[in-house]
Design a protein around this ligand. Structure first.
Ligand code: SAM
Length: 204
């Protein structure tokens, strides 16, 4: 590869970016961002998840699969991995790209039922790509209820928030919810190489 072409975005990344943006136009509030997470942000998330040892891993809100790709790099061959996404277009693309993967066209509110389908009552790690700051308080509570009901004792819950949205009342309510429900809530330094800049939270 020539020096200059190595600086061009990969064609998959460009096409994911375009599909993600179309998804944003379809349902801006549900998507909550104009671009998929950068590889830098996705790497920062999985770093906190101890995926190598996990038996069961769940991803909520896969979008075009930016974090899914990193999860797949880190889980072991025996790990049960399921991913949930609301947008039908994203689900179709993910299924084409990852034919063996258990990808559900479903809301995170169905997490417990879907895990049970796989004979799994509990998950070691739940990775969220959800736009919590755009959710109503009721939706936040419903989804967090599902997360807490299936997370193993000592399990991890990780995700990201956007810096600009961290002062929204809904984002602050979400932060308080994390602090009430987890013994440890860690926040990473800002990942500037993401649109928009974001931080990772990791809870146990
Ligand atoms: C901010 S985007 C992040 C997408 C991807 N994880 C990434 O990092 O690029 C949020 C994604 O969550 C999905 N989503 C929103 N609410 C959801 C819900 N209740 N259940 C499942 N997916 C949801 C949206 O369709 C969107 O794809």
């Amino acid at each position: 590869m020539s020096q200059s072409s190595s600086h061009l975005p990969h064609p998959t990344a460009m096409s994911d970016g375009w599909h993600f943006f179309l998804g944003f136009l379809r349902q801006p509030w549900k998507v909550g961002a104009v671009a998929p997470s950068s590889a830098r942000l996705a790497q920062a998330i999985v770093r906190h998840c101890a995926l190598g040892k996990a038996q069961t891993v769940v991803e909520l809100g896969a979008g075009t699969g930016a974090i899914t790709r990193q999860i797949l790099k880190h889980i072991g061959p025996q790990t049960t991995f399921i991913t949930l996404e609301l947008d039908a277009g994203h689900v179709a693309r993910l299924r084409k790209r990852h034919p063996g993967l258990r990808i559900y066209h479903a809301s995170a509110e169905n997490l417990r039922t879907l895990l049970a389908k796989h004979g799994r009552g509990q998950a070691d790690c739940i990775i969220s790509g959800l736009p919590w700051g755009n959710m109503s308080s009721r939706a936040q509570h419903r989804i967090m209820g599902e997360v807490l009901s299936v997370l193993k004792p000592g399990g991890r819950f990780c995700g990201f928030g956007y810096v600009h949205a961290s002062w929204y009342p809904s984002s602050r309510a979400f932060r308080r919810m994390l602090e009430r429900n987890f013994q440890r809530v860690g926040i990473s330094p800002i990942v500037w190489r993401n649109l928009p800049p974001a931080f990772v939270y990791f809870c146990a």
